[in-house]
Design a protein around this ligand. Structure first.
Ligand SMILES: [Zn+2]
Ligand SMILES: [Zn+2]
Length: 211
């Protein structure tokens, strides 16, 4: 594993700015890799051995991606939208997994680890670099059920929606009332149709949607 400073530098370059989230994300990823016994996840012989689940789409996620080399496009980075600053690191060989949550108490304690800094922003940035892992994170050994269609590699499962004919890969279909459905047909959609050939940007969402 490269040094914290080298990993932070690479992550900041990729993310676009230095922020507390980069410090937390780099440290979380370094700890996660160490806990599951993968010293350098970007080494060629270890690249396919790590899977990471992230639970928020904010700054720290970019840092985790940068340190681990795990990517959504490789299916080695999974996003579960829980709104929690946490990630789970899974060794695909041993199935050893740890979930690491960034503690809320670290925000308050940051200033004690950065006594020379006057702004909250600087206190968090510097404090999070120096604070011990045990204060920065809650760590739990976990199991993660990984069906074969969650794994990297070609799709193991294909289904065809009974209503619209859309091909659905990787076990994401919904079976309901004897029908196999894609998620939009099952009513699990984030978009809604609007009238007109180019769409109507002012269209109101249907009442049943919260988007
Ligand atoms: Zn950021
Ligand atoms: Zn459908």
């Amino acid at each position: 594993m490269k040094s914290f400073d080298a990993l932070l530098g690479a992550s900041v370059e990729r993310h676009g700015h230095l922020c507390a989230g980069q410090v937390i994300g780099v440290r979380m990823a370094m700890l996660g890799c160490r806990l599951v016994g993968i010293d350098d996840p970007t080494a060629p012989h270890l690249r396919k051995k790590l899977m990471v689940y992230v639970e928020i789409d904010r700054c720290a996620t970019d840092a985790i991606e940068s340190v681990t080399g795990c990517r959504m496009g490789r299916r080695s980075l999974k996003f579960r939208d829980f709104g929690i600053n946490a990630a789970t690191f899974v060794n695909l060989d041993t199935r050893v997994a740890y979930r690491i949550v960034s503690t809320e108490s670290a925000r308050e304690m940051a200033k004690e680890y950065a006594p020379g800094e006057s702004t909250v922003h600087r206190q968090q940035l510097e404090g999070y670099k120096r604070m011990p892992d045990a204060l920065l994170f809650d760590v739990q050994r976990v199991g993660v059920s990984l069906p074969e269609w969650e794994m990297p590699g070609p799709p193991r499962r294909h289904a065809v929606c009974d209503r619209c004919g859309q091909m659905v890969r990787d076990g994401r279909e919904i079976v309901s009332g004897g029908e196999t459905l894609c998620r939009p047909c099952a009513g699990e959609s984030y978009f809604y149709p609007v009238d007109g050939p180019e769409g109507d940007a002012c269209g109101d969402p249907p009442k049943e949607m919260h988007a």
